[in-house]
Design a binder for this molecule. Structure first.
Ligand code: C2E
Ligand code: MG
Ligand code: MG
Ligand code: MG
Length: 284
């Protein structure tokens, strides 16, 4: 939409572009203050065991309660935070919030099998020199056992610096937490790395699950990933499950875990607690 003007080489922005640039700048300034103003909130989306639909844990997903714009989706501000480095601070806050919350639930519901919490780690965080020490400290200070923490790392974040990522993942594995490869299938080079990555599970991206029930190729794709994962001794989580038909297919393919609107949208901590109680009642 920017028009280069003749030979002068300067660029004229149209009104729409100008407004977009201002909006972005505004958002960035607000984002810088959002942490101190406590505008972030952790939402929780259930992850269920496919074979019986039982609750096994939650993925923690950040939400921004903007005073004027309302709830802003991470799709809008995470890329911005990645660029300007704020993601390191937001991620640190999320990790602590999620670990604290899970520890609290475990203490509140001591009789049910322990739930796990999954936290997303961005590329920027992965390459941060203090990340390992910080994760260890957070576990120690919140009292959550590393066995109950899962870190989700996307294929593309991993590939930004694969050698370095593998080293860090190996160090993380030694602390005995679980590692998940997020949005699997959307990156490109990881197939050749898969056997070298010390990950516990693959999270198959929603874009493949979405059409499984109506497109045979998509179903074959998921089937192939599941077989590969199982042959390598990894488990599989499918994200974006919205329909019972999709869940039935996942069951027939032997997928271990599923996540999606069929079970629940991401909800507040208080609503998540109700889901824990409901699940406990089903189990008796
Ligand atoms: P993700 O880690 O792949 O998280 C799954 C996303 O899929 C979530 O979007 C979730 O709400 C959405 N989802 C789950 N089930 C369904 C479904 O059945 N249908 C549809 N249409 N969508 C579903 P959300 O919460 O908007 O987060 C988007 C992305 O933002 C996440 O993708 C993750 O990459 C990033 N993100 C969220 N929270 C954090 C965070 O604390 N740190 C970092 N680094 N990234 C985060
Ligand atoms: Mg994730
Ligand atoms: Mg994902
Ligand atoms: Mg995704």
């Amino acid at each position: 939409r920017a028009k280069a003007q003749g030979g002068g080489g300067y660029v004229l922005f149209d009104r729409g572009m100008h407004e977009e640039a201002l909006r972005r700048l505004d958002l960035e300034l607000d984002l810088r203050r959002a942490l101190e103003k406590e505008q972030f909130e952790a939402y929780y989306q259930p992850i269920v065991r496919v074979k019986d639909g039982r609750l096994t844990g939650f993925e923690a997903l950040v939400r921004w309660n903007h005073p004027e714009r309302g709830l802003i989706s991470p799709a809008e501000f995470i890329p911005l935070a990645e660029e300007n480095g704020l993601i390191v601070h937001i991620g640190r806050w999320m990790l602590r919030a999620a670990c604290q919350q899970m520890r609290q639930w475990q203490l509140a519901f001591p009789r049910r099998p322990a739930l796990t919490v999954s936290v997303n780690l961005s590329a920027r965080q992965l390459l941060h020199p203090e990340v390992l020490a910080e994760i260890r400290r957070t576990l120690r200070e919140t009292g959550l056992s590393p066995r109950h923490l899962k870190l989700e790392i996307t294929e593309s974040a991993m590939m930004e610096n694969a050698e370095r990522a593998i080293e860090l993942l190996e160090a993380l594995k030694r602390t005995r937490l679980k590692l998940m490869l997020d949005d699997f299938g959307t990156g490109y080079s990881s197939l050749s790395y898969l056997h070298r990555l010390p990950i516990d599970a693959l999270k198959v991206d929603r874009s493949f699950v979405m059409h499984m029930h109506e497109r045979a190729e998509d179903c074959s794709f998921v089937e192939t990933i599941v077989d590969l994962a199982h042959k390598l001794g990894r488990e599989v989580v499918c994200e974006g499950v919205e329909l019972p038909e999709q869940a039935a297919l996942l069951r027939s393919l032997g997928v271990e875990y599923a996540q999606g609107f069929l079970y629940s949208r991401p909800v507040t901590a208080a609503q998540a607690e109700m889901l824990i109680i409901e699940d406990a009642q089903r189990g008796r």
